[in-house]
Write a protein that binds this ligand. Structure first.
Ligand SMILES: NC(=O)c1ccc[n+]([C@@H]2O[C@H](COP(=O)([O-])OP(=O)(O)OC[C@H]3O[C@@H](n4cnc5c(N)ncnc54)[C@H](O)[C@@H]3O)[C@@H](O)[C@H]2O)c1
Ligand SMILES: [Zn+2]
Length: 394
């Protein structure tokens, strides 16, 4: 729904009530915990961030402010229902009243899911889908260290059900963090490949939020700003990990991308990406990156003007180019960006095997359609077209 069409429909917009952005924002964690009236936190993170000492530093700051801290670092990349269950037990044992999530999308999503289970019965799977969480849970303060999923700003959590082999998407207002502390300094340590993959995830959020059938007047400016920031800063952050301006730009892009897609929607790239993640354990950003050029090319005719606007914002087309030409230049430009960031083709990703890929094609296409995301795409593919698109990314 464009601004012009607002007279014909409604749009809902949910973001965290407090978002702090900038160098050192994470040092406000204790102030935010106290503002919420909380006394004991479960600090949810992963093994890597515990090992680097970052979690201990944050925990120390909280303790100095008189806040009780228990660290839970058993969150794996692409968190599972079992990770969330273990975190919930730790929360109860610690008699915590607040969650602080430190990490990429994985610890943040795990903390959000633990949060809702503090006030809503298990199993978590019953809340998969849209607006199914009855009660607000313990508050979450989200501190992203990647840039990124934008999970710090979204009402979404993605948790893998390993028994069914499905990445469950839970979307509900009750998953919104109480505060997001977006401190780009925490992302300075990301190695180039991780920077590239999570950065393309951010760009995909901006693009999909903008072309989605659910795009609206509140999400459009955020989506375009996210895209523009990625075009300006992602390659620099990849080449120069310590470039502060580039890291600051990408941290802001990730947060804006999250605000945009959670209130518009993701589309076909994310719909197709989740089954690859579930079956082949490719990281979320990488599985989006390998799909983005082919899926964009497929979708161009469904929203030519919108794709052209994206191309112009990214500097891939000029005012003199027709919409059709500009849209095509976007698809070419996204393939070139992948090459620049050394994103491999799907066949070259670790764990990919052609025979198994072919064997799972039909099921992945079904799972993608069942997730609901492809239905928001400018063009909705048939199952046969989905299988072709998977093969095109191979
Ligand atoms: N909730 C949402 O709105 C949303 C949106 C998109 C994706 N997701 C989900 O988020 C998860 C992916 O999150 P992610 O891409 O941020 O990765 P991640 O959290 O899985 O982290 C990936 C790896 O990077 C490491 N890492 C994190 N910060 C680092 C840093 N500063 N320096 C060096 N290494 C660092 C981690 O330890 C981990 O090994 C997926 O499960 C995906 O489905 C959620
Ligand atoms: Zn994503």
């Amino acid at each position: 729904m464009s601004a012009a069409k607002l007279s014909e429909g409604r749009a809902t917009f949910n973001v965290p009530p407090t978002v702090l952005v900038g160098a050192g924002a994470s040092q406000e964690a204790a102030t935010q915990v106290k503002r919420l009236g909380a006394e004991r936190v479960l600090l949810v993170t992963d093994a890597f961030l515990e090992q680097t000492g970052l979690a201990a530093r944050l925990g120390g700051q909280l303790e100095q402010a008189g806040i009780g801290v228990r660290v839970f670092s058993d969150v794996q990349p692409d968190p599972t229902v079992a990770n969330v269950g273990a975190g919930l037990r730790a929360f109860r044992e610690a008699r915590a009243d607040c969650l602080v999530a430190l990490g990429g999308g994985s610890p943040i999503d795990a903390a959000k899911a633990i949060g809702i289970l503090t006030q809503n019965p298990e199993p978590l799977g019953q809340y998969a889908g849209y607006h199914r969480v009855p009660r607000r849970g313990a508050p979450v303060i989200a501190i992203p260290t990647t840039a990124g999923t934008g999970s710090e700003a979204t009402k979404v959590a993605v948790i893998t059900d390993t028994e069914r082999g499905v990445k469950m998407m839970i979307l509900d207002q009750h998953l919104l963090p109480a505060a997001a502390l977006v401190d780009y300094e925490l992302s300075l340590s990301m190695p180039p490949a991780l920077t590239a993959h999570v950065g393309i995830d951010t760009l995909t959020h901006g693009i999909e939020a903008y072309v989605s059938r659910k795009a609206n007047a509140l999400t459009d400016p955020l989506a375009l700003s996210c895209i523009e920031l990625c075009a300006r800063h992602l390659a620099t952050a990849y080449r120069e990990p310590h470039n502060r301006a580039a890291r600051a730009g990408m941290a802001l892009a990730a947060c804006q991308g999250g605000m945009a897609f959670a209130n518009s929607s993701v589309c076909l790239v994310h719909g197709m990406s989740r089954p690859i993640g579930a079956y082949f354990h490719l990281p979320h950003g990488l599985s989006n990156a390998v799909l983005l050029p082919a899926v964009t090319r497929f979708s161009l005719d469904g929203a030519t003007e919108r794709y052209a606007a994206i191309a112009r914002v990214m500097g891939l087309a000029g005012a003199g180019d027709s919409a059709t030409a500009a849209a095509r230049q976007l698809a070419d430009g996204l393939a070139a960006l992948n090459a620049q960031l050394a994103v491999p083709a799907l066949r070259d990703c670790q764990g990919m095997e052609r025979a198994r890929f072919e064997q799972l094609l039909a099921r992945m296409a079904e799972d993608a359609l069942a997730s609901g995301s492809p239905q928001n795409n400018p063009l909705v593919p048939t199952p046969a077209q989905l299988r072709e698109l998977y093969l095109a990314a191979w």
